[in-house]
Structure formats: structure tokens, C-alpha cells
Design a protein around this ligand. Structure first.
Ligand code: UDP
Length: 363
């Protein structure tokens, strides 16, 4: 069980949503690379919950992480979970039978990938290749690669909402290229190994997923806005805030990852996120301010210092077309923006309280 009731409620909901397909995990072994990250945390907690409550025989989990941004506390202790510190840009070998490989090792925050450019490329390129090399010698049911909506770059307006078959409008040498291009080559590796070695491939493209488990210093907009509002600080709004995003709450998205992982569909690529309520960042800032209700906080128009959020770099709009995921995976984006943001605010408040108490205990 997580220390947060908000997380526990989410995990129960995810488990209900995938109850009818979860038996596929019985007595299986899953290798999860990047398990100590934000998305990994929810996946692992779901595996743990399924093991304890639903599966007749538990699913064993081997979790790899190099902890460059992942947090050890995101991986619960359990007899069915083996945590190994490993950087997947180095080869990984194991004698275990592996049924599923999930590659969620990446640095998804623009602030972090800008700081660790080569590590980001290595995770998407070498990491994907190394895991596919391992997949070659195992009899996999599925290889799940976490790609990104960033493979579409800054989509032309006529391609929004964006379908999976859009080629993208992406810079190969701009400030975001280390992330975008490593996800693109990662996908290319997946489909090429899939074709040559007959490895079943699933690729998910997350669209701005947020929720409990994000690092408070993640740097992405939800974490930055909510933490600033609660702490009564200035909410940093870049580019005058006219750029838009859609936001997918992590529990809906996690059910989506499992549905892709356990799918027998021939189709390989799926958008995952929320297609409802595309919102300008200035309106998101107002929404967060209103929901937190801390009078000391206010919006501040600033220029980012990193260049990943400059005009012509930072995508102007982003919204997925989810038709394919809905039809083929039975994916559901159930959580509306206000409800999800409220939950996230509740969790961040809990986290900040826990940290304060932790500090008080030490003094
Ligand atoms: N953003 C902002 N203030 C912040 C962080 C982000 O105004 O403190 C804006 C940023 O310019 C971008 C949007 O919020 O347009 C989403 O940024 P994020 O880093 O969350 O994800 P992205 O979709 O850009 O990868």
C-alpha cells in the first residue's frame, strides 16, 4: 500500500479497469526498465495490487533503473519485485524467462532532458536497442515501448487533434531534439526488430500525463504550477501562456499502458492521453490558482532560461486523436481536468506536509 490514500484509490480504480485482462499476467515475469520514474511508480503499484488481490499466481517483476531522475521510494518492497540498479544504455542479460518487456526509462521533463541530453539519447537509442536484443532471445508476449507525443513535434494546425499516422513536424537539431529524436529512433528500432525477429511490439505515445508520483521539482507545467500555488509563490508562465495542451490523468493513462501491454492487436502504435479540454497555459494557471486558493500566489509572465520553452521550440498546441486507442484497446479517458487537478493538488499538499514533518522530526 502507498502512504497516500489518493494513490491507493487510483490503483484500485486501475485494477478494476483492467480486471478482465489481468489474468494474462498470472505466473508471468515482466522486465520494467525505468520503474522508479513517475509512470513506473503507478505501474509497479498496480502490479503489486494485482498480485495481492486478483492474480491466482503472482506476476514477478524485475525493475531496472539508474536513478538519474527516478526515486527509489517509488518501488515498493515485495517478494515479487526485484529492483536492480542498471543503466540500460549498457547491455542487460538475464537467465530468467521474460514474458513482457516494458521500456519506460527516459527523461520526460524538458528541464531534465535539456540538462542530460546524451543520457536522454542513450536511453532512447542504446537503451531501446539493448532491450530489443534481450527480447530477441526471449519468447515475449509483448514489448512495450514508451514513446511520446513529442514524436509529432509542433504539429501543423490541420493535424490537430493528431492521429498516430501523422509523420510529425520535428526539428532534428533544436533544443528538444535529444528527446524527440531519441523517441523517434526508439520507435524505428522497435518496428525494425519487430519485423526482422518477429517480436510483438506495442508503442504508446503519452500526451502530457500528470498526477501523483511526479517529482515536485519535475519542471513540467503541472508540477510547477501546483507547487508554486500551494507555496504562495509566483506561477511561472512562459510565452504569454497562449500555447495549449491536453492533460491525461495518470490513472487513466496507466490503465492504457496495461491495455496496450496485454493486447493481441496487430496495430502497434497508440496515443494515450485525454482529448477533452485542450487548454491554454494561462487558463491552466488561472484554474490552478482558483483551485488552490492561496492569495499569496499570482501568475508571473517569464521567459524560460533553458530555450526548450521558446517560441518555435515549445509546441504551440497539442491534442491527441484517441479513436484508435478507444476502438482497439478499449482505452478510456475518464478523469476530467478539474477533477484530476484537484486530486493532484491534494497529493502535492500531502507530500509537502510529509516533507515538512520529516524536517521537523530531524531538528
Ligand atoms: N510551462 C509554463 N511554465 C512552467 C512549465 C511549463 O508556462 O513552469 C508551459 C510550457 O511553455 C509548455 C507547457 O507549459 O508550453 C507544457 O510544458 P511541459 O514542460 O509540462 O510539457 P511539454 O508539453 O512542453 O513537453
Amino acid at each position: 500500500m502507498d502512504k497516500s490514500d489518493i494513490v491507493n484509490e487510483d490503483i484500485r480504480e486501475i485494477s478494476c479497469e483492467i480486471e478482465d485482462i489481468s489474468h494474462n499476467l498470472e505466473d508471468k515475469t515482466v522486465l520494467l526498465a525505468g520503474g522508479a520514474g513517475f509512470l513506473g511508480k503507478y505501474m509497479i503499484s498496480t502490479f503489486d495490487h494485482l498480485n495481492k488481490n486478483l492474480l491466482k499466481k503472482p506476476c514477478n517483476l524485475i525493475v531496472l533503473d539508474n536513478f538519474i531522475t527516478g526515486l527509489r521510494e517509488n518501488v515498493p518492497e515485495s517478494e515479487n519485485i526485484t529492483l536492480i540498479k542498471h543503466d540500460i544504455s549498457e547491455e542487460f542479460k538475464t537467465d530468467e524467462n521474460i514474458d513482457y518487456i516494458i521500456h519506460a526509462a527516459s527523461l520526460a521533463s524538458p528541464v531534465f532532458y535539456n540538462k542530460f541530453k546524451l543520457e536522454t539519447i542513450n536511453a532512447g537509442f542504446l537503451g531501446t536497442r539493448n532491450l530489443l536484443e534481450l527480447a530477441k532471445v526471449k519468447n515475449l508476449k509483448n514489448f512495450l515501448f514508451f514513446s511520446s507525443s513529442e514524436v509529432y513535434g509542433n504539429p501543423l494546425p490541420e493535424f490537430i487533434p493528431t492521429k498516430e499516422d501523422y509523420f510529425g513536424h520535428v526539428s532534428c537539431n533544436g533544443p528538444r531534439a535529444c528527446y524527440d529524436e531519441s523517441k523517434r529512433i526508439g520507435e524505428t528500432l522497435c518496428v525494425s526488430y519487430g519485423d526482422i525477429h518477429d517480436i510483438p511490439i506495442k508503442i504508446v505515445r503519452p500526451f502530457n500525463i500528470y498526477g501523483p508520483g511526479m517529482r515536485l521539482d519535475d519542471g513540467r507545467v503541472m508540477a510547477n504550477f501546483v507547487v508554486a500555488a500551494i507555496e504562495g509563490k509566483k506561477i511561472p508562465l512562459y510565452r504569454r501562456g497562449n500555447q495549449t495542451r491536453t492533460f491525461g490523468y495518470v490513472s487513466d493513462a496507466t490503465a492504457g499502458w496495461f491495455k496496450a501491454l496485454l493486447s493481441n492487436e496487430k496495430e502497434r502504435v497508440f496515443n494515450i492521453g485525454n482529448d477533452d479540454q485542450e487548454i491554454k497555459m494561462k487558463h491552466l494557471a488561472e484554474l490552478v490558482l482558483g483551485l488552490v486558493g492561496n492569495k499569496s500566489s499570482a501568475i508571473e509572465y517569464v521567459e524560460d532560461t533553458t530555450s526548450v520553452y521558446r517560441d518555435n521550440v515549445d509546441p504551440d498546441r497539442r491534442c491527441p486523436d484517441l479513436t484508435k486507442s478507444r476502438e482497439l484497446l478499449n482505452y478510456k479517458a475518464k478523469t476530467n481536468l478539474v477533477y484530476g487537478v484537484k486530486k493532484f493538488i491534494g497529493w502535492v499538499e500531502e507530500e509537502l506536509d510529509n516533507r515538512r514533518k520529516g524536517l521537523e522530526d530531524k531538528t
